[in-house]
Design a protein around this ligand. Structure first.
Ligand code: ZN
Ligand code: ZN
Ligand code: ZN
Length: 290
């Protein structure tokens, strides 16, 4: 972008539309983060944040509808209390507004620059692009990362939990189907480039801990689409869908390797303009043929 050109004003919103904001450029960073906290909070394989100076950010609605969870001594994770979408973080000391790119309409003009926290990425996820990879944060960020304790794998089951640990679950067996979904609902609901979901039989899934309320938000005009999340920390948790006869499990938050890789990319026609698919997994413009 030339310096004379006006910076883009992009509009952002959560899945339910309660929290809205606008952000102008210049966008000065865009990162894919693979840390376990982002994976759990977003319910995605990785989170993607764009950054711009604080003065270019403005809340339009719903600032009082945000719930905030202290994920570490200094870190906070914010999300919409109605739908669980991740909401922007305003970092005064860095003069930085960090916005989950999946919640923005339009093109921020910038493209992802780097993968961070690759050391704790989901075991089933393969990075296939050429961007630089950092085990944690690159030193120029000036901050360290905090990770959750490692969960011991158990034979024959995949284990998952939310960021605060109030909700835990286990799954046995193979999924009925799995996909990376690029539709706008998934991008907003997961606050990420795309969702990576597996559908399991109801009988193959169970919650093993439920010490916080699980909230459910269904998109009013959708047949099925909704999200379930921990009321305490805002993390995505599996959505038990009796009407579909399946449990929709986001693979990103799992603590152990489910031994599954999403079998396809779906709704690629709706994909975020800033995200490029670089793997060889089959792609479908909309839903896959049945
Ligand atoms: Zn919302
Ligand atoms: Zn992260
Ligand atoms: Zn939680």
């Amino acid at each position: 972008m030339s310096p004379n050109q006006a910076a883009p004003q992009l509009h952002g919103s959560c899945l339910c539309g309660a929290v809205t904001y606008q952000i102008g450029g210049p966008f000065n960073m865009m990162v894919h983060c693979h840390c376990s906290m982002c994976r759990k909070h977003h319910g995605a394989a990785f989170a993607t944040f764009v950054g711009a100076p604080l003065m270019s950010f403005k809340w339009l609605s719903g600032e009082d509808q945000i719930s905030s969870y202290a994920s570490s001594e200094k870190g906070r994770r914010n999300s919409c209390k109605h739908c669980g979408s991740v909401t922007p973080l305003l970092l005064e000391e860095m003069d930085l507004a960090l916005v989950p790119a999946g919640n923005l309409d339009g093109d921020p003009g910038i493209r992802p620059q780097v993968h961070v926290f690759v050391g704790s990425k989901a075991p089933w996820y393969k990075i296939t692009d050429d961007l630089p990879q950092h085990e944690e944060f690159p030193p120029e960020f000036g901050v360290g990362g905090v990770e959750r304790p490692v969960v011991e794998p158990r034979e024959g089951v995949a284990l998952g939990s939310c960021l605060c640990g109030s909700i835990a679950y286990e799954i046995k067996g193979a999924p009925l189907r799995s996909a990376n979904c690029h539709c706008s609902r998934c991008r907003r609901g997961r606050s990420a480039a795309h969702a990576s979901n597996a559908f399991y039989k109801l009988d193959d899934f169970r919650f093993t801990r439920q010490d916080a309320e699980i909230r459910d938000y269904k998109v009013p005009d959708a047949r099925f689409f909704g999200v379930s999340f921990c009321a305490k920390c805002g993390s995505t948790v599996p959505r038990v869908s009796k009407e579909r006869g399946a449990v929709v499990v986001a693979l990103g938050p799992l603590d152990t390797d489910p031994g599954v890789q999403p079998a396809m990319h779906i709704y690629v026609g709706n994909k975020a303009c800033w995200f490029e698919i670089t793997d060889t997994t089959p792609q479908f413009e909309t839903a896959p043929p049945v």
